[in-house]
Each structure stands twice: as C-alpha cells, then as structure tokens.
Design a protein around this ligand. Structure first.
Ligand SMILES: [Zn+2]
Length: 54
C-alpha cells in the first residue's frame, strides 16, 4: 500500500511512495528536521504522521 510520511506541524510531505519506509529512515534523511518549517522531527512524539495515500 502506498505510504505517506508527513510533517505534523506544516503537513509537508516528507515521503510518498509505494515502498514502506520506516519513519526513522526519513527523519535521518532530513537530519531530524522538517525541510520546510524546521520543526524537529521525532516519530515517537508524533513529529510525523504516517498514513496511506488517498
Ligand atoms: Zn514541517
């Protein structure tokens, strides 16, 4: 199932695709910060939202 990982603050799409990625990998890719709003991404405290694409 396609997957989206979204910044919980600004709703920037950080990852969208068919491959299931772990939020930790995405957070690491962005060096722990949202590229748009610079919020610190922390999956364990709802920093990002993972959901199926519409
Ligand atoms: Zn953001």
């Amino acid at each position: 199932m396609p997957q989206k990982i979204i910044c919980s603050n600004c709703k920037e799409i950080l990852y969208e695709g068919e491959l299931l990625k772990s939020p930790q990998d995405i957070i690491k890719k962005y060096e722990g910060k949202c590229p748009k709003c610079k919020k610190e991404l922390n999956f364990t405290t709802d920093g990002v939202i993972v959901k199926p694409t519409d």
